[in-house]
Design a protein around this ligand. Structure first.
Ligand code: ACO
Length: 456
């Protein structure tokens, strides 16, 4: 088979959140900075009884249940995270008990900031290509992260959650082989050096990370288009060819700028831009502008010309990003859920395609794409149904005050350097720190530093 891709998707996020408007007020920040300036409405957070492993356990179990996957049929499990709880032992190993007697499962952890999930996806697809025609087994990719920052301008760009993807042939979202474009550099824009903070917080050069994200986006987009031309004979690829355009989202205002960047690139290459006649004048002005040397300096024309593209291809997929915050490795993949949740079930003549931009500080970036295979109706309907229920669950969370959020962050900091054996402080208050039914959580760390998990 050559139709390998995503045939199942699930997502878990914590049951508690804080409102960004409330955070602005509590922190004495000008009203609108987080909500309009960064485009975020809510931020998910979790207490010390959740970690990247418990999130991964929960989402993997959800995927197995929601798509009735027999654990014996899984042959690859790749896990991506930048929220390490151990410098050697993998998160993947902690997930193996979910697969019962099946110990013949390839794959380990992948770490590269927010990019690891994309590498795990590429690796899972590569494993399927290598083995499927002989073994007929499935692959699963899990992305799990808890984004937390020290007090300061980055703190409001936190978030937490996990996504699991089922990969197989006959997928409703078929990966477009051979055209993925990569842009990697040796950068220090966001990193978590051993010994720098005795807690989970990164060192972040905020402005530099934004510039690096946008500059790699331009490089990847140009390379992706040239590969489509060279290897697929597609002459003038532009955003007009896509039904959805998804971008790694630290905060959605950056995604708004990402859309302007790629639309400006299309215009400068003489390509058409969404918006029809109304947009002609502004696109003409854009065509006469050089690409800015600093990728974060976008012209008014680039923002204006990209409005219809933003409204149609990108903004509607971002609900989870706006209401959860930066999810790190799952951030790009929750937009796949956003897209599937709003997909019309009607079959269309034209091919519907999804453009994906993945970025991880340090840095690695890539653009790749999927084509929707609507003949896989039954599986596609299941993915749409699961996606809608995931988004519905956002409303079942409970809001916490900025003070309660700050106390929880202090609790996580203290837990990071606790003496063992220890139990999470939040276990003693289930009302203040609720979990969704069926969630796994950390129950203790024993005197040998081994972590133990339980399920509610
Ligand atoms: N009302 C409306 N908008 C406002 C207001 C207000 N009252 N005040 C400020 N703004 C706007 C600003 O004009 C700016 O918009 P612009 O970007 O269109 O110019 C925006 O809000 C942000 O304001 P800044 O002053 O630039 O914000 P600051 O420097 O304090 O912090 C930053 C932003 C750097 C993104 C910070 O949150 C951070 O470091 N985050 C973590 C790093 C990050 O997420 N990087 C992204 C890629 S790497 C990764 O994924 C981790």
């Amino acid at each position: 088979p050559d139709d390998f891709g995503v045939s199942g998707v699930s997502c878990y996020f914590p049951a508690t959140f804080v409102s960004q408007a409330a955070l602005e007020k509590a922190q004495g920040i000008a009203a609108g900075k987080y909500t309009i300036g960064l485009g975020q409405t809510e931020m998910a957070f979790c207490s010390d009884k959740e970690d990247s492993v418990s999130l991964a356990l929960t989402v993997t179990q959800m995927l197995l249940d929601e798509y009735e996957i027999d654990p014996a049929t899984v042959g690859y499990l790749g896990v991506a995270s930048e929220t390490l709880v151990d410098k050697s032992k993998s998160i993947k190993s902690a997930l193996l008990p979910l697969f019962g007697h099946n110990t013949d499962i390839s794959g380990v952890d992948v770490k590269h900031a927010c990019y690891g999930g994309t590498q795990a996806l590429f690796d899972g697809l590569g494993w399927l290509h290598r083995t499927y025609s002989i073994q007929h087994r499935l692959a699963i990719v899990v992305c799990t992260d808890i984004a937390v920052y020290a007090d300061g301008p980055a703190r409001c760009t936190g978030g937490a959650g996990a996504v699991a993807l089922l990969l197989s042939p006959g997928a409703p979202l078929v990966f477009d082989n051979g055209v993925e474009a990569i842009d990697g550099h040796n950068a220090y824009d966001f990193f978590k050096p051993v010994g720098a903070h005795n807690c989970e917080y990164p060192i972040v050069a905020g402005k530099e990370s934004v510039a690096a994200y946008l500059s790699s986006l331009s490089a990847c987009y140009r390379l992706y288009k040239s590969k489509c031309k060279r290897y697929r004979g597609q002459d003038s690829v532009s955003l007009l060819d896509f039904d959805a355009a998804c971008f790694h989202s630290p905060f959605t205002k950056l995604v708004r700028k990402a859309v302007a960047t790629v639309v400006a690139d299309d215009a400068r290459e003489g390509g058409a831009v969404r918006g029809g006649e109304k947009m002609e004048e502004v696109v003409e002005r854009l065509r006469s502008q050089e690409a800015p040397a600093d990728a974060s300096l976008l012209s008014a024309e680039a923002l204006k010309a990209s409005e219809p593209t933003w409204n149609e291809l990108t903004s509607p997929n971002l609900e989870m990003n706006r209401r959860i915050g930066n999810l790190y490795t799952p951030s790009l993949y929750v937009q796949m859920i956003g897209y599937l949740a709003r997909l019309e079930a009607t079959r269309e003549e034209r091919q519907r395609r999804m453009l994906m931009y993945s970025y991880g500080s340090g840095s690695m970036a890539s653009i790749f794409s999927f084509t929707l295979n609507e003949t896989r109706q039954e599986r596609l309907s299941r993915m749409m149904e699961v996606s809608r229920s995931i988004i519905g669950r956002l409303d079942e969370r409970v809001e916490r005050t900025p003070d309660e959020y700050a106390t929880t962050m202090a609790q996580r900091e203290a837990f990071y350097t606790r003496k063992v054996p220890s139990t999470p402080v939040s276990l003693t208050d289930a009302a203040l720190y609720p979990l969704f039914p069926g969630s796994f959580h950390l129950s203790s760390i024993d005197d040998q530093y081994r972590r133990h998990y339980a399920r509610v």
